[in-house]
Write a protein that binds this ligand. Structure first.
Ligand code: AMP
Length: 284
């Protein structure tokens, strides 16, 4: 497995693979890899001849008061994990390799990005769409892999690829959890022991909501209220949102009469965590 820092090196590797008629999968990440990322790499290795993992903490998707500086980084650990799972190349550029002086072009989206995380993180999805578009142009993958952990991001990327006729397939992969239920996230490292315990209210609320859906409840307000009540009982938790939205448009719905996403964002101390379930996955 190779680790490269420049766009030219990625292009050269992909060109060689293409000349041999090989297919290429891309797994975009911000690094500090865990089993959630590993499951995406596994899926790409299974589907494609070669797998590229991008490992880049993208400054453009962080707001001015967010955790860009403190975001955890460990390239050595990432390389070992990616290699163990069969990746062929890690692309780990410095910010100025991705955003040269005078950079001024962006990919943005309306509607889907004006709900859920888009409300509390106004610049986030413009940064995500721009960097993912750049990665697609640099790597030119046949397929790209995204986790359902970031359900709105997955919907946004699918929509962008469709709107802009990008020639690749987007594969959504299941949300991977810790044994006690907490959704795996690089940001879990911010939690102290007390907060780590308190963070379980997210997956517990997801369980409460998904059980209600499984039992046939279709009233969004009832589901959301039950989930909120559980989270609010934890003193270290502060709700950003608990919402049921149309799974394709991300617009809030009062009744579960179509495939829906139940998404939550909760601060545990200073750390903002997300979790979710898709009603279609619960019913299946
Ligand atoms: P990140 O490095 O957090 O930007 O995530 C990179 C990719 O890994 C995104 O597509 C995430 O949705 C995915 N991912 C992160 N955590 C998990 C998880 N617990 N389960 C599945 N996918 C995940």
């Amino acid at each position: 497995m190779k680790i490269v820092k420049t766009i030219a090196e990625v292009r050269a590797a992909v060109k060689e693979w293409r000349s041999e008629g090989l297919t290429v999968g891309l797994v975009p990440t911000m690094g500090y890899l865990h089993e959630g990322h590993a499951s995406l790499i596994d899926a790409s290795v299974r589907d494609n001849d070669r797998t590229v993992v991008s490992d880049f903490v993208n400054p453009m998707q962080f707001g001015p008061t967010e955790d860009l500086q403190s975001y955890p980084r460990d390239l050595e650990h990432d390389a070992a994990l990616a290699e163990a799972h069969g990746a062929d190349l890690i692309f780990n550029p410095e910010p100025d390799e991705m955003y040269h002086e005078g950079f001024s072009s962006f990919v943005d989206m309306t509607v889907l990005t004006q709900e859920l995380c888009g409300l509390s993180r106004p610049v986030h999805f413009r940064g995500v769409c721009t960097v993912v578009s750049k990665l697609f142009n640099i790597v030119t993958p046949d397929r790209a892999y995204f986790g359902k952990k970031d359900a709105q991001q997955l919907a946004v990327i699918r929509h962008m690829v469709d709107d802009l006729n990008m020639p690749l397939e987007i594969i959504g992969c299941p949300l991977i959890r810790e044994e006690d239920g907490l959704a795996k996230s690089s940001r879990n490292t911010y939690l102290n022991a007390e907060e780590r315990k308190a963070a379980l209210v997210l997956s517990q609320a997801i369980k409460i909501g998904s059980e209600l859906v499984k039992g046939g409840e279709t009233n969004a307000e009832k589901i959301v209220s039950a989930m909120k009540a559980h989270i609010e009982a934890e003193p270290l938790a502060r709700i950003d949102y608990v919402k049921l939205v149309d799974a394709a448009t991300m617009q809030q719905i009062p009744t579960l009469d179509r495939p829906a996403l139940c998404a939550i964002a909760v601060y545990i101390g200073k750390t903002r965590l997300i979790d979710n379930f898709f009603t279609e996955d619960v019913k299946a």
